[in-house]
Design a protein around this ligand. Structure first.
Ligand code: MF3
Ligand code: CO
Length: 248
């Protein structure tokens, strides 16, 4: 049983999501050749604190940082490091969750570093667009599978593949709540969405095949074939007549 949020809860989640978006904008200003992922983490951490909020990732199941920073073949959950510096032509996915007055906002972007090849730029663009295809025509009464199917169809039409091991999720007091929101599936499948639900839609798209491997650090998820992957995520609110994107 998935309980829609009250108007009061939605207003707090809106604020958490606003801070999440502003933090991503702050990080984007510092995306340059030579910056380390640890420096980006500190910028995000200090910014979130300055807004009176808390970085939810820090300490979550032992995660040691405020952001996930995943470069090139790293799909998600990369750990920021002082010796990992951005290079010309890299792509970096930054994923972060902000808690404000007990409620969470969650979003991710894949940024380009310097001169990125046209091929990789297209991967990043299709991944972003697959989010918008996913939420097309979604409203109270739609099914989670409708989102899944629309994302998958768009991504596969472009010859890329969808990661299966990790999925989107509901969000609220907890970073991860029901329902799971896979980026693959059938129209009409899964739970029915109701007005007032808040969920995270987050396509993780591989340029090559769908297979992943998990690194020895216990967190970083990479493509098995070593080809790049991209990630794009927003927290959205389901309404009677559509959706509201809260982290944009
Ligand atoms: N934002 C991620 C998600 O969408 C969670 C990051 S994992 C953490 O599920 F451990 F770093 F928090
Ligand atoms: Co998420």
């Amino acid at each position: 049983m998935i309980k829609p949020k009250t108007e009061k809860e939605i207003e707090i989640i809106r604020q958490a999501c606003r801070i999440t978006k502003d933090t991503l904008d702050e990080i984007e200003k510092h995306i340059k050749v030579g910056v380390s992922t640890k420096e980006l983490d500190k910028i995000a951490h200090d910014y979130i604190i300055s807004r009176g909020a808390r970085p939810s990732c820090l300490g979550y199941c032992g995660f040691p940082a405020s952001i996930c920073a995943s470069i090139n073949d790293e799909i998600v959950h990369g750990i920021p490091k002082a010796n990992r510096r951005l290079k010309d032509g890299d792509i970096i996915s930054v994923d972060l969750v902000v808690e404000y007055h007990g409620y969470n906002g969650d979003a991710a972007r894949t940024f380009l570093v310097g001169n990125v090849s046209a091929e990789v730029r297209q991967l990043v663009e299709v991944t972003k667009q697959s989010f918008f295809e996913g939420i097309k025509n979604i409203k109270g009464g739609s099914f989670v599978g409708d989102i899944s199917h629309q994302v998958q169809t768009y991504v596969e039409k472009h010859g890329y593949s969808i990661v299966r091991e990790l999925v989107g999720h509901g969000i609220g007091r907890e970073m991860h709540e029901d329902p799971e929101v896979p980026n693959f599936g059938a129209m009409g499948a899964g739970p029915k969405l109701k007005s007032g639900m808040t969920i995270c839609v987050e396509p993780m798209v591989n340029m090559g095949d769908k297979h992943v491997k998990f690194m020895a650090d216990g967190w970083t998820c990479c493509t098995r074939d070593g080809l790049p992957a991209a990630h794009y995520e927003n927290t959205i609110l389901i309404k009677d007549d559509g959706v509201e994107i809260l982290t944009m």
